[in-house]
Design a protein around this ligand. Structure first.
Ligand code: GTP
Ligand code: NA
Ligand code: MG
Length: 280
């Protein structure tokens, strides 16, 4: 076999933490958007996937996860498809049950963590106490003699954001993330639903190769042919390369979150694999 040509790819960064500690607000601040305002009760109930272009033109893919206790599985999934976890801890509230849960998902996934101590604008913020409590969970930040990066931020006042981005980029460099864009695409379903107008829709994070309109694929126990690809800004695109999240239309049915997507040669082959998977 010829050696694959591996090219640098953007890091995939999952944001985790306790409910209302400011994950979506932080991502909004990094993206210059306002997702929180559109959420029912200000509660995130799905995994949002976005790619953000930095001042130096480099890209970072972010996955936002819900902090509500009901969504353990989504947090687990988020930790498993990511390169880096950002653990958001509100400096006034401190370590809470889903903070601790997120720490254990991150450890189980073997992924490096950056701690973002948020809401430092609040009068009762206590970043030092957060660092001390993290020690109880074997997370030692640099200031405490350890190696975990931490950064004080305020999503509300937009403080510490450049510092956070720098730390993500530094961590990403250490990981030397690479993928071959010139092969048939593979990816993972982040979430999937049946859309009234568009039929089955899956948000897929491409891990390697390039997914294109017209590609034939297997996706869990479903198959299909890419009818359209829609990026995180709602625009139709013709292709999506490594680390890019896209909505895929053209599925035979709704796959399950976490299912792999693989491009294959023929529709007969796609149906055969999907039917086999549906039978086991
Ligand atoms: P879930 O997705 O439901 O787990 O919540 P979340 O972690 O995404 O938190 P969200 O961004 O919805 O923010 C929760 C509340 O905290 C909102 O009222 C935000 O305005 C507020 N908030 C977020 N960041 C900050 C901050 O830096 N400072 C202050 N003072 N408030 C903040
Ligand atoms: Na919230
Ligand atoms: Mg949220």
């Amino acid at each position: 076999d010829a050696v694959e040509s591996l090219l640098p790819r953007p890091p995939v960064v999952t944001i985790m933490g306790h409910v209302d500690h400011g994950k979506t607000s932080l991502l909004d601040a990094l993206r210059g958007t306002d997702v929180v305002a559109g959420e029912a009760g200000g509660i995130t109930q799905h995994i949002g996937a976005y790619q953000v272009t930095q001042k130096d033109k480099s890209k970072i893919t972010f996955l936002d996860t819900p902090g509500h206790e009901a969504f353990t599985e989504m947090r687990q999934r988020g930790a498993n498809v990511t390169d880096i976890v950002i653990l958001v801890v509100a400096a006034d509230d401190g370590l809470m049950p889903q903070t601790i849960e997120a720490i254990s998902h991150t450890k189980a996934a073997g992924v490096p963590m950056i701690v973002a101590i948020n809401k430092i604008d609040k009068h009762d913020a206590n970043a030092q106490k957060v660092r001390e409590r993290l020690l109880e969970h074997d997370i030692q930040v640099e200031e405490m003699g350890g190696e975990t990066q931490d950064v004080e931020v305020s999503a509300l006042k937009k403080l510490g954001l450049d510092d956070l981005i720098e730390k993500i980029q530094l961590q990403a460099e250490l990981l030397e993330l690479r993928a071959n864009p010139d092969r048939s695409a593979e990816g993972t379903v982040i979430e999937a639903k049946l859309d009234k107008g568009r039929g089955p829709v899956a948000t897929v994070l491409v891990s390697r190769g390039t997914l294109r309109v017209g590609d034939i694929f297997v996706c869990g126990a479903e198959s299909g042919k890419v009818r359209a690809l829609i990026d995180d800004k709602g625009r139709q695109v013709k292709e999506a390369g490594p680390s890019v999240p896209v909505e895929v239309l053209g599925l035979s049915g709704v796959p399950m979150a976490g299912d792999p997507l693989q491009v294959v040669e023929t529709e007969a082959r796609a149906r055969e694999v999907a039917a086999y998977r549906a039978s086991v």
